[in-house]
Design a protein around this ligand. Sequence first.
Ligand SMILES: Cc1cc2nc3c(=O)[nH]c(=O)nc-3n(C[C@H](O)[C@H](O)[C@H](O)COP(=O)(O)O)c2cc1C
Ligand SMILES: [Mn+2]
Length: 377
Amino acid sequence: MTDQSMRGFLSALEQAGALHRVTRNVDPKFELGAVLALKDRGPALLFENVVGSTMPVAGNLLVSRDRFALAFGVKREDLDAHCLKSLAQPVKPVMVKDAPVQAVVRDEGLEVGKLLPVPHWFEREAAPYITAGVIIAKDPDTGKRNVSIARLRLEGSNRLMAGIAKNHHLCVLAEKAKARGRKLEIAVAIGNHPAVLLGSQLYLGLGDDEYDNIGGLLGKPLRLVRCRTVDLEVPADAEIVLEGELDPDDLVPEGSVSEFHGFYVDYGPGLGVAIRCVTHREKPVYQAVLPGFFAEHCLLGGLAIGTTLCAALQKMIPAVRRALITDGGMGRLHAVITMHQPRLGEGKRAVMLAMGQVNLLKLVTVVEDDIDPENPR
Ligand SMILES: Cc1cc2nc3c(=O)[nH]c(=O)nc-3n(C[C@H](O)[C@H](O)[C@H](O)COP(=O)(O)O)c2cc1C
Ligand SMILES: [Mn+2]
């Protein structure tokens, strides 16, 4: 197990020979994304010289199940069980006072695009997107916390646009704020330990605090610190935090955006965000997840969906052993469920339950547990 920081994980990757440092100049406009795409499933990449910025960019960190196993200090074959344990045995976070992520505080003349080397990914996208920003918000009705990722597009100066799917908790919180005629305070943590990224992807109930399951993944409490300008708590060991508010009445047209299936989608307008304060570590490292049909984007979702799906199925059908969301199904659409000596009809029940549990699923295959679900052949 590495510590709770992304840089700790980068060191572990380097020791394992799984990190490559790119020293030549790389342009965050199209070039950086192109290199990540060409080297998809290769070593993690640390771009040390990004054109127009002094901040390095890390990418392709979590492109395989081995990388997650390394991050959690478990054997690859124990990864699924470890992830399931994070649901069964959540661990509450702890508050700390001195946080590396607040070493530097900036709250004047903020220009997010000047501060951070945000890549412009694809030519039909209008502007650069922050893709590994873990967004923290609280339910305006209950005060319960939510932790999830949504794309954030640079809109100039301190403004961003958030693209949030209608069924996601963060969208529900934004709608609750709108009903009260209020804005929604948010914090965006960038440069996170794999546990934070994976935990943000778990399919939980509204009101369930993803930080508890992140603690479950870490096997210890996640260290949190209070934000400077909003009533929220963020991972103390993150690289960068943006604090601000999301305005549910500020509709910003989006246009094309690349999705996990590798196509452009136009979802209509997103929501405007104003950033009021940026805090970061000394010498912060920016994290970017290449969005689209690429290993990291697919696996982050796929591993989390498989975990929640397996837990839900096992409650109903004890014969279920594993639920794997496949690469071919883009980490979203196809599941393989393995079962040990299922009773008559239980295979069909597993399919129906899986379809009901995960709205994205389109194809479910059920096999006996002497079949390796990770082997497509
Ligand atoms: C790299 C990456 C990018 C993502 N981008 C978005 C996005 O732009 N919009 C969105 O609604 N969800 C996005 N997601 C998926 C959500 O973070 C995920 O479904 C999460 O579980 C939603 O949590 P919530 O319901 O608690 O808000 C992304 C996931 C990953 C791994
Ligand atoms: Mn949630």
